[in-house]
Design a protein around this ligand. Structure first.
Ligand SMILES: [Zn+2]
Length: 397
């Protein structure tokens, strides 16, 4: 299996300037080649990678800045573009804007990349034209190198190595199964009664983000001051994002290490977050309320958690089971009675039939576990019975 390893780069001032240049060249190649593809399509024709790569090689004679960049990174940009056009359609692929898209470029050939560890904390990698660049050695590479991507994120430069880890499947760890509810108020609640959550933004940071946003709104587009504010904004956002990634990886690692099976709800996050606005013909309802919910969902990183779980499960000998999200928050885990009134509040669940009382998210996690055991044929099938007692579909705003 292929997996990514990301390290913080320590570029010298010259290297940083050069990396910016390579990023600029790749962005220009992307945009020019995309416009060319669109122009061909408008006229009913088609141009593919091979012809574009040939033309780019020609263009190097007239544009010296183009031949300054490592040629493989430019070719890789054309390949990435071809893939993007095939997946999303030529007219849906986005432009790479100078301000909004951070520089990124890939060295596709491991033969031209050399990685060394030089001390306990530092490693270095030799890249075409950039030469030796140092990076913080925070973890072993753990496999055969396939390619390397240099990217800038939140004002810092990183290198991401794609490695083949040679791992097919781990031995099942034999731990007990667990159900996981991914909530809005609490990031993760488990059927064994644990809640995991973390604040990703401190109050001070939230205030600072607000102030920076206001300053951005006032500043003139394209001005240097605006660019400086934007950089500060990006740095702060990156810090918040790193904290979230860290939390998700940590949670996913613990869950898959301690449990042989992790059952999660198969929520269509894209659908849930995209639908609120609706279309001009059919405007959505409760746009504001849903907007808040969407932000909360995205802020807790549900998609990210699922991604992390699948990834860590491979290493920890666990398996991830997805079950459809049906009435898990309204059904009593003790007797199976299903009614919206069961959920007294965001936090409290109290069954109207049998009086069972529990934390609402943990009750839901228990239902998710039961559903997972039912589909894998390991549990009692009482959960299947409760499905017949479900009330008609009501849309929760
Ligand atoms: Zn009950």
């Amino acid at each position: 299996m292929l997996t990514g390893r990301r390290y913080l780069l320590a570029l010298t001032a010259e290297q940083e300037e050069f990396a910016e240049k390579i990023g600029d060249a790749c962005r220009t190649v992307w945009n020019t080649a995309l416009e060319q593809r669109r122009e061909y399509r408008r006229r009913g024709g088609f141009i593919g990678y091979v012809e574009q790569a040939r033309q780019m090689a020609e263009a190097k004679k007239d544009f010296p800045w183009l031949s300054e960049a490592p040629s493989h990174t430019l070719q890789q940009t054309l390949r990435d573009l071809e893939k993007a056009c095939k997946t999303h359609g030529t007219f849906k692929v986005r432009w790479r804007s100078k301000h909004k898209s951070a520089p990124t470029f890939r060295f596709p050939d491991p033969k031209h990349i050399a990685v060394e560890r030089i001390s306990r904390r530092w490693g270095r990698v030799k890249l075409p034209k950039l030469g030796w660049v140092r990076f913080r050695w925070t973890r072993p590479l753990g496999g055969n190198l396939r390619n390397a991507t240099v990217l800038k994120d939140g004002g810092r430069w990183y290198i991401s190595f794609c490695v083949e880890d040679g791992l097919v499947a781990s031995v099942p760890n034999g731990g007990p199964p667990v159900g996981v509810d991914r909530g809005v108020a609490i990031a993760v609640a488990t059927s064994d009664g644990q809640m995991r959550d973390r604040k990703f933004v401190t109050p001070g940071e939230a205030a600072r983000l607000r102030r920076l946003q206001q300053r951005l709104d006032r500043q003139k587009k394209g001005s240097n001051r605006r660019a400086a504010t934007r950089a500060k904004f990006a740095r702060l956002n990156a810090r918040v994002r790193n904290r979230r990634t860290d939390f998700l990886a940590w949670t996913a690692n613990q869950l898959t290490r301690d449990h042989g099976m992790v059952v999660v709800e198969d929520l269509k996050i894209r659908n849930m977050t995209a639908s609120a606005k609706g279309s001009p013909a059919e405007p959505g309802t409760h746009v504001r309320a849903k907007g808040g919910l969407n932000r909360a969902i995205l802020a807790k990183g549900w998609g990210g958690l699922l991604f992390s779980l699948e990834h860590k499960a491979r290493y920890n000998g666990s398996r991830i089971v997805r079950v459809p999200p049906a009435y898990t928050s309204q059904t009593c885990n003790s007797c199976g009675h299903c009614a919206p009134e069961n959920r007294e509040s965001q936090a409290v669940f109290r069954c109207r039939a049998c009086g069972h009382q529990a934390n609402a998210d943990i009750n839901a996690a228990c239902n998710i576990l039961a559903a997972g055991l039912a589909v894998t044929g390991r549990g009692d099938l009482a959960v299947g019975r409760s499905a017949k007692r479900q009330p008609p579909v009501t849309v929760a705003a």
